[in-house]
Design a protein around this ligand. Structure first.
Ligand code: EPU
Length: 417
């Protein structure tokens, strides 16, 4: 199993590029199931979750070819299987994104139930209830959810709770339903908007993506398209924090600062010097870090996917900060690893109370999930001595060549095979 070794103490300086968004690329790839034409995606991040999605889609009969320029060609003239097997779903919950498009295109989908993961229980009850409202018959048996519908019918759907992939699944399903679907309390994340833009280019009729009410008028079929995946806002935000914590002079390019509004605002409140200009975000040295409380929320609030990295930053800020995790019930696994590196953190239910500034010291730590791993990398950048991060496969699910990117701006980081 690969490990990362980081020697702390270096400032990050220079230019670092943001890859395409993982959480946009995965639904975009699944959306290619909706048409018998070819779909071309550009700016696909070469991360393990994209490779897992490629495997899954190939099992369903799709031809999926990735090219070195980060484009992907996806083509499924005929769906050959309607099942997402346990082996794939257990490694990547986002496999559930094939449920909506498979059902809409073939009238049938069988998807293994994902089960919990390191950050929480993460049920898919809201995806299922919404598909039932569109007329699907859904059975859960032997750990699989099986949905059947000759043709879905448009309906009014009110999500009890905001769900990102739930909104995406329904958005995809409703494009081919008979009549109008209105999704209330939808997720407003940029990844939902990106998917809606892609589906619209395929011929879907969608209004309101990016707001909490999305209206979809079903069409009989969709056509192929070429679509460029948006920049990964979480990778961009992770680099902002890496720049700020090392008092670096870092230019983050090919980003979309507009998608990072609350993160940038919070980092400025915490004393970081951040400038934005078009698709560039810069962290300048001289920021004196001070404690600032944060509450994770759905977009446009502060993303739960940035919480772990922010916690690492707060260990280096003067004062006490309270971090409230509102989206997932168990997303503080990184706290105990940060504490092993010398951080002063107390967990109280869904709140983490971080007191800084403490000098972190390098230690052997374990990555428990994707963003927790990013938090440990960030801590390692300022720790005294060497930090050895185990279970790096979590990081590889969502960050493309992170060690090469960070090394190119001055970090001392290497991968041990
Ligand atoms: N929820 C339910 N029932 C459902 C669906 C969700 O109770 O049927 C709950 C969840 O348990 C959670 C909350 O609703 O408490 C929000 O979950 P959501 O469904 O929005 O999460 P998701 O769609 O499974 C996506 C991202 C996550 C990100 C969350 C929140 C993708 C592929 N994944 O997950 O990304 O944390 O939204 O923003 O888009 C990551 O990239 O590291 C990651 C975990």
């Amino acid at each position: 199993m690969d490990k990362l070794r980081i020697k702390g103490g270096n400032r990050l300086e220079g230019e670092i590029r943001v890859s395409g968004s993982k959480n946009s690329a995965l639904p975009a790839m699944a959306a290619a199931l909706l048409t018998s034409d070819e779909v071309i995606l550009q700016n696909v991040p070469f991360v393990n979750d994209a490779f897992t999605t490629r495997r899954l889609l190939r099992e369903l009969g799709m031809t999926v070819e990735f090219s070195d320029d980060h484009s992907a060609r996806l083509h499924v003239p005929k769906i050959l299987s309607f099942e997402a097997p346990y082996d794939l779903v257990k490694t990547m919950r986002a496999s559930v994104l094939v449920l909506g498009p498979l059902l809409a295109r073939t009238g049938r989908a069988r998807v293994s139930l994902p089960g919990g993961c390191a950050i929480g229980a993460r049920p898919i009850n809201l995806h299922i209830a919404a598909l039932q409202q569109l007329g699907a018959t859904v059975r859960t048996e032997h750990g699989y959810v099986e949905a059947i519908a000759e043709r879905l019918n448009g309906a009014e759907v009110l999500f009890d709770k905001i769900t990102v992939t739930g909104t995406e699944n329904l958005l995809m399903a409703a494009t081919l339903a008979e009549g109008r679907t209105v999704l209330q309390n939808s997720a407003c994340e940029p990844e939902v908007v990106d998917l809606a833009n892609m589906l619209s280019k395929m011929g879907a009729r969608i209004e309101g993506a990016g707001t909490s009410t999305i209206t979809i008028d079903g069409v009989p079929e969709l056509r192929g398209t070429t679509h460029r995946v948006i920049p990964d806002r979480i990778e961009g935000g992770t680099f902002l924090i890496a720049g700020a914590i090392t008092n670096g002079n870092l230019d983050i390019v090919d980003a979309n600062p507009a998608h990072l509004g609350s993160v940038i605002q919070k980092l400025r409140e915490a004393g970081a010097k951040i400038e934005t200009d078009g698709s560039r975000m810069s962290v300048r040295p001289g920021g004196d870090l001070r404690a600032a409380n944060v509450v994770t929320k759905e977009y446009p609030g502060f993303a739960t996917d940035m919480q772990a990295q922010y916690m690492a930053l707060m260990t280096q800020a003067a004062g006490t900060s309270i971090i409230n995790e509102n989206i997932f019930e168990n997303r503080f696994m990184h706290a105990s690893e940060l504490m092993r590196m010398g951080a002063d953190i107390r967990i109280d239910g869904s709140r983490a109370i971080v007191t800084g500034k403490t000098q972190l010291s390098g230690a052997t730590v374990i990555a428990s999930d994707l963003r927790a791993s990013a938090s440990l990398v960030i801590a390692g950048l300022v720790a005294d001595g060497s930090t050895l991060i185990d279970r790096v496969y979590h990081l590889d699910r969502g960050y493309e060549k992170i060690e090469e990117k960070l090394r190119s701006v001055g970090a001392q980081i290497e991968r041990l095979k």
